[in-house]
Design a protein around this ligand. Structure first.
Ligand SMILES: Cc1cc2nc3c(=O)[nH]c(=O)nc-3n(C[C@H](O)[C@H](O)[C@H](O)COP(=O)(O)OP(=O)(O)OC[C@H]3O[C@@H](n4cnc5c(N)ncnc54)[C@H](O)[C@@H]3O)c2cc1C
Ligand SMILES: *[C@@H]1O[C@H](CO)[C@@H](O)[C@H](O)[C@H]1NC(C)=O
Ligand SMILES: *[C@@H]1O[C@H](CO)[C@@H](O)[C@H](O)[C@H]1NC(C)=O
Ligand SMILES: *[C@@H]1O[C@H](CO)[C@@H](O)[C@H](O)[C@H]1NC(C)=O
Ligand SMILES: *[C@@H]1O[C@H](CO)[C@@H](O)[C@H](O)[C@H]1NC(C)=O
Ligand SMILES: *[C@@H]1O[C@H](CO)[C@@H](O)[C@H](O)[C@H]1NC(C)=O
Length: 525
């Protein structure tokens, strides 16, 4: 009796001394508190006033920002490695699914919502240290840092070093690099994952591992196999690449009435084999243009790793159809080209990269395809007609070739190397969140995707992991079915899928780290 009284007194004292979070004690929060002490500024429960702001801060698609979007039981934002270790051990002991979020750019919200009811978010918001070592030409970046912050730190340290990562500065290191990571320098330097030399990860048993201690198999898997299947990535260490002091950009736009179709047709044959310092992205969008009415605009947006004169030499020799003139092009520093590609105006200073909310976010959906052969010109005509009838969906073609063709398909989990001429991103954005308009926009993008089937890669139809698309298949059974996993897994990873499954089965045999499209385990039964 006295014992219980004492316990009661202790318990009430404990509650009195606790923050509001602790009024919602659960076995998970008890476990966490026992390991790391007070949870203020680490744990957020739904009744905390700060829960919704923390949740929404890194939601980058308004489709998953509604009152009915499934929300986490808790958000945990660790400050230190021991915090991460404790969170993993306690979440596992209490059967909570963990969703890891770094930059929150997942196109399907996989990092912060779930089809499973009992999930929590592990938010890497406090892990954002970056250091650059010019002498050894490497940079260390924690998972919650943004790619733009990394570019800025590199530029501060050296004007002739850079890193081949994504175009949008607010991408999180953790999700972006683990999913492959590409940008306008990929034909010269490959993907982000081709330039990773070390990583820190907390595994399912709460152990802190680096490249040496995790071994080459797991290190291979986290360079393109996707975040969220193998552990919590704390940091990547990357190799820096040489960028010239002067780079050159251009943007050329043509509509159908200006023979855009001819130029798109030429692009297909030239762009994947042109000088690998030149990356010409093609954006295609249905528009209304007076006096023609509905038409298609093709925009050719380029980065050249060299000066204007060299660029004109390359395009005159290899792509004369483009008709590139001196007045079309502009020289700048590499960091200015980063800002240009991110659509900032030319007065913007590099310090904008330190603004973690420099982007504007709305509703959107993406899909992707790969091309192994050019589309016949009659095919281009019918695609453009289809797009004009749909009205809003556009696409982007990103040329491959260059070193992308030289890196073996098995060097990293990312398999789309030699033989893949370009990647297509289907893109639709909208501003009004009504269910009817969402239905219409999703129909449009899916309809164009279906229409492209005869031209895109097939068996399987390849897809880019970082352009997450739940339409291509999900794992319903707690992400535990090999058969379901194979459907999306082979589209993302081709022949590398089974190696990922083997590694997953060894490092996380209970499938603790899982999501809608994670790597499944081989099951004995
Ligand atoms: C506006 C915009 C522009 C984009 N531009 C490009 C581009 O130029 N190039 C390109 O390659 N991609 C691009 N993407 C896609 C982008 O690379 C992916 O969405 C990427 O996963 C984003 O990483 P994140 O950390 O911001 O996302 P999150 O949503 O935080 O995470 C994405 C996935 O990785 C997992 N994950 C995140 N952090 C960790 C971690 N620390 N440990 C383990 N798993 C983790 C998540 O659980 C989730 O499954 C773009 C996306 C958007 C929205
Ligand atoms: C999410 O909704 C809140 C309002 O609840 C809004 O302030 C915020 O801008 C929204 N974020 C996104 C990405 O839609
Ligand atoms: C970031 O660096 C600072 C300064 O070295 C250090 O005190 C802090 O613990 C680091 N944060 C993380 C999450 O590693
Ligand atoms: C990796 O971890 C091992 C074992 O903990 C340690 O000895 C080694 O110094 C670490 N390597 C690096 C590059 O940090
Ligand atoms: C388009 O091509 C046709 C046929 O080659 C040519 O006559 C016409 O001048 C071109 N139009 C433009 C705007 O370049
Ligand atoms: C900067 O942008 C403005 C507006 O688009 C343009 O008029 C100007 O020529 C640009 N300046 C340079 C140096 O390109």
């Amino acid at each position: 009796m006295e014992f219980y009284l004492l316990l009661l007194i202790l318990l009430s004292l404990f509650i009195l001394h606790s923050t509001s979070s602790n009024l919602h004690q659960t076995p998970f929060t008890f476990c966490l508190q026992a390991k790391i002490g007070p949870l203020a500024s680490i744990l957020y429960v739904p009744s905390d006033p700060s829960y919704i702001p923390i949740l929404q801060e890194y939601i980058k698609n308004s489709r998953f920002n509604t009152t009915t979007t499934p929300k986490p039981k808790f958000i945990v934002a660790p400050h230190t490695t021991p915090h991460v270790q404790a969170i993993i051990v306690c979440a596992k002991a209490n059967n909570l699914q963990i969703k890891i979020r770094s930059g929150g750019h997942d196109y399907e919200g996989v990092s912060y919502t779930s089809i499973e009811p009992n999930f929590i978010i592990l938010d890497m918001i406090n892990f954002r240290n970056i250091s650059v070592d010019v002498g050894s030409r490497i940079a260390y970046a924690q998972a919650g840092a943004q790619i733009g912050e990394l570019y800025y730190s590199i530029w501060k340290a050296s004007k002739v070093l850079g890193f081949p990562g994504g175009v949008c500065p607010t991408l999180g290191i953790g999700g972006h690099i683990s999913g492959g990571g590409y940008g306008a320098m990929l034909r010269k330097f490959g993907l982000s994952v081709d330039n990773v030399v070390d990583a820190e990860l907390v595994d399912v048993d709460g152990r802190l591992l680096n490249r040496t201690s995790m071994g080459e198999d797991l290190f291979w898997a986290i360079r393109g196999g996707g975040g969220g299947s193998f552990g919590v990535i704390l940091s990547y260490t990357v190799k820096l690449v040489d960028v010239p002091e002067i780079v050159t950009i251009f943007r050329i736009e043509k509509i159908l009435e200006e023979n855009a179709t001819d130029l798109v047709n030429h692009w297909q044959y030239v762009d994947p084999i042109i000088d690998n310092r030149l990356f010409i992205r093609l954006l295609v969008q249905p528009i209304i243009r007076k006096p023609y009415g509905k038409t298609i605009r093709a925009s050719f947006v380029a980065l050249f790793l060299g000066n204007a004169q060299e660029l004109l030499g390359v395009t005159n020799d290899e792509f004369p159809e483009l008709g590139l003139k001196k007045t079309d092009i502009r020289e700048m520093s590499w960091i200015e080209s980063v800002l240009y590609w991110a659509n900032f105006d030319n007065k913007t200073k590099p310090e904008i990269l330190l603004n973690r909310h420099s982007d504007t976010v709305g509703f959107g959906k993406r899909k992707s395809d790969y091309f192994q052969t050019p589309v016949p010109k009659t095919g281009l005509d019918s695609i453009f007609k289809k797009m004009m009838s749909l009205g809003k969906v556009g696409f982007v073609w990103n040329p491959y070739g260059g070193v992308m063709s030289q890196i073996p398909a098995s060097a990293t989990p990312f398999p789309h190397r030699a033989g893949f001429l370009w990647k297509m991103q289907y893109s639709i954005n909208w501003k009004d969140g009504g269910a009817e308009s969402e239905k219409d926009y999703l129909n449009q993008i899916r309809s164009l995707y279906d229409f492209m089937a005869p031209y895109a890669s097939n068996s399987p139809r390849s897809t880019f992991l970082n352009y997450r698309d739940l339409d291509i298949g999900i794992n319903h059974n707690g992400a535990n079915s090999y058969a379901e996993g194979k459907v999306y897994g082979e589209k993302y990873f081709l022949g590398n899928f089974d190696r990922l499954v083997k590694i997953k089965t060894v490092v996380d045999p209970q499938n603790f780290f899982r999501n809608e499209q994670s790597i499944p385990i081989f099951k004995s039964g």
